[in-house]
Design a binder for this molecule. Structure first.
Ligand code: MIC
Ligand code: SF4
Length: 645
């Protein structure tokens, strides 16, 4: 029986566990990436593990999220990450060099290799045929130290692409179509593998847009084959030597198949407040807009910028619209500066931002109250833009640029004939903003520079015998990590200070939660389906840990967040009967007796007693040998320290 591309790469990397569907497998990690908002914590954890030099083929630390520097905190964190990188063998992409996923695709990604990154959009690397997975910072720290990364052997979904996109229909519309069909939880436990004749009509940056936003499906990752188109891209990046041809066997067996005729796709938008709330322009109707933001790791490539410049050429932004553009990398910015496209954008009235995440993570450009903002980004969760009642629509760069001129959400097909946009045969290459690590012989001379904002990892303790506490919070379905641990310009600078950032935990849902949880000392959280979707931020587990959360009981979890809870030593529980969710209330006193003994004995079915209601609720705590030991030890850090002894 033939293998899918995903299986071929995983099989070549498996170092632990039986290679059988549904099993937990440990894979060797060739490359890692971190960004600054998750990176400080990841490097503190790496230091705590105590391995002197990274054991990966390539590890890169990017600074792209917290670049506002409205206080000393961001700059201190950048300096810390730069010094750790230099000492421990990590390449350091300096602020201004670009968004981690865009730069990694351009300069470091290698087909057939494994990459994990402390950012949920790491699957962007799937655009050049990598198995690229988003993970918590601690998982990345362990991988840098040479440890395996564990995933459940995924189900593999074949997305069979046929035909070719119509003029002004974009790769963004392809992934919006997939989201429309599969929803934000449709990819959980799955890898999305793109195949079929339509693949060769898509450039590498277009493929990367699609794999990037596979994160919004909840998928483990997404991947395209590595073919002639990949080779042309790598050649133009002066990296043809890293290319290998990679594709699935003809007789590969998939768990599911989705057929998409590229020619039948039309321009669409994801409406507030979820990336799967996808509608066509006609369905949305005439929508007046206040703001347009173009950029982010989804849509900030050179080709995206060239299309935007073409649409803006000789025009002026609508008087009621503010247009902000953030090219994805120094390479992109440099090229559009050299060929005049940047001047075209400036001429049209665009506000040019630095090559960084910026508005995507609420770092500036928050829209006006109730403002309608079209963004080429990947997430439109409530409040993420920094404006609580902001109405965010996710669209292609083509739709964004044209709408910025008309003042309304406008179908880009109204532009009529489309010229042919050619991929450059040669990109401008200048890696002078990527600092090499110190040679091993000199690493002892490198001093680690720590600022006062950098506080240690919260205290952990081995799992207790019995859990007895109250329910400090009950929330509904599809809770995102942006609800649990909001980001934005005010809170992001606290990412390396867990006690301080914890004061903002869940405040989007309930202002009083941090105080209440801290006063209770220990408590549990109850939630609905797909709890913890979105970002990889382990702060969404570390802040609850600091606030005394012992367990989270929900209908279902998103993959990365569940792993982060386990890594933090917090019990992930699911209802056996979803209807029991309705029986338990915030404030109820609950008990899970003999929890340690039961987990030690390998029991997966536990009993929660709701003492207030006088009822028992069966719950599942499905842990494998390894995750069981992590929970018993009090988290991955303690477990790793133990196992390195
Ligand atoms: C995001 O898009 O939500 C982020 C900010 O990039 C996060 C990482 C973080 O919270 O630092 C992600 O996607 O993992
Ligand atoms: Fe940055 Fe936005 Fe991409 Fe996250 S989704 S890495 S914040 S650009």
């Amino acid at each position: 029986m033939g293998l899918t591309l995903t299986e071929k790469i995983l099989k070549a990397h498996v170092v632990d566990g039986e290679f059988v569907k549904g099993n937990e497998i440990g894979i060797r990690i060739d490359q890692t990436l971190t960004q600054d908002a998750t990176g400080t914590m990841a490097y503190l954890e790496f230091e705590a593990i105590g391995v002197p030099r990274v054991k990966t083929e390539r590890s890169v630390a990017y600074i792209d999220h917290n670049t506002l520097q409205s206080g000393f905190e961001n700059a201190d964190d950048h300096r810390f990450i730069g010094s750790v990188a230099k000492k421990h063998g990590i390449w350091f992409s300096r602020p201004g060099n670009g968004i981690c996923h865009q730069v990694h695709l351009e300069r470091f990604g290698v087909p057939g290799k494994t990459l994990i990154g402390s950012d949920s959009h790491t699957p962007t690397g799937g655009g050049i045929g990598m198995i690229a997975i988003g993970a918590g910072g601690l998982d990345v720290a362990v991988a840098m130290g040479g440890g395996a990364y564990y995933i459940t052997y995924p189900k593999i979904v074949k997305v069979n692409l046929t035909g070719k996109l119509s003029p002004w229909v974009a790769a963004k519309d392809v992934i919006l179509e997939v989201l429309r069909r599969l929803s934000v939880k449709g990819g959980v436990g799955k890898v999305i593998e793109y195949c079929g004749e339509g693949v060769k009509t898509l450039t590498v940056p277009e493929r990367a847009t699609i794999t990037n936003m596979g994160a919004e499906l909840g998928a483990t990752t997404s991947i395209f084959p590595s073919d002639e188109v990949t080779l042309e891209f790598l050649k133009a990046q002066d990296r043809a030597d890293v290319w290998t041809e990679l594709k699935a066997d003809d007789d590969a067996v998939y768990d599911e198949t989705v057929d998409i005729d590229l020619g039948a796709i039309v321009p669409m938008a994801a409406c507030p407040h979820s990336p799967d709330n996808v509608k066509t322009v006609a369905e949305i109707g005439k929508l007046k807009i206040d703001q347009v933001c173009i950029g982010s790791c989804t849509n900030s490539s050179f080709m995206d910028m060239m299309k935007v410049a073409y649409i803006l050429k000789g025009k002026t932004v609508h008087p009621d619209v503010s247009l902000a553009i953030a090219p994805g990398s120094k390479q992109v910015l440099n090229m559009i500066a050299q060929n005049g496209a940047l001047a075209t954008m400036i001429d049209a009235g665009a506000r040019i931002l630095e090559s960084a995440c910026g508005p995507c993570i609420g770092m500036g450009q928050s829209p006006n109250s109730k403002g309608v903002s079209l963004r080429t980004f990947n997430r439109n969760f409530e409040g993420r833009s920094g404006t609580k009642d902001g109405q965010i629509y996710l669209v292609s760069p083509e739709m964004a640029a044209l709408s910025a001129l008309t003042g309304y959400l406008t179908d880009p097909r109204e532009l009529g004939d489309m010229p042919k946009f050619e991929m450059p045969r040669q990109f401008v290459i200048n890696d002078n903003m990527v600092a090499a690590p110190a040679p091993e012989a000199e690493m002892d001379k490198v001093e680690i520079l720590r600022g006062p904002n950098i506080k240690p990892y919260p205290e952990t303790a081995p799992l207790v015998e019995n859990i007895e506490c109250a329910v400090s919070l009950k929330v509904g379905d599809n809770i995102t990590t942006d609800h649990i641990m909001p980001a934005g310009a005010k809170i992001l600078p606290l990412r390396s200070n867990i006690p301080a950032i914890s004061q903002h935990c869940f405040t989007v849902c309930d202002e009083d939660f941090p105080r209440r949880a801290k006063n209770l000392g220990k408590s549990i959280i109850v939630g609905g389906v797909n709890y913890g979707q979105g970002s990889s931020r382990e702060h969404a587990a570390l802040a609850p840990l600091y606030l005394g959360i012992k367990a989270v009981l929900v209908k279902s979890f998103a993959r990365i967040h569940r792993a982060n809870l386990i890594n933090a030593g917090i019990l992930p529980l699911t209802f056996v009967n979803e209807a029991d969710y309705d029986k338990i209330s915030q404030g109820d006193e609950i008990a899970i007796e003999n929890v340690r003994a039961d987990i030690e004995a390998g029991k997966t079915r536990l009993t929660v007693v709701d003492k207030t209601k006088n009822i028992t609720i069966p719950v599942l705590c499905e842990l494998t040998g390894r995750t069981k030991d992590i929970i018993l030890a009090g988290g991955l850090l303690d477990y790793t320290r133990e196992s390195l002894k």
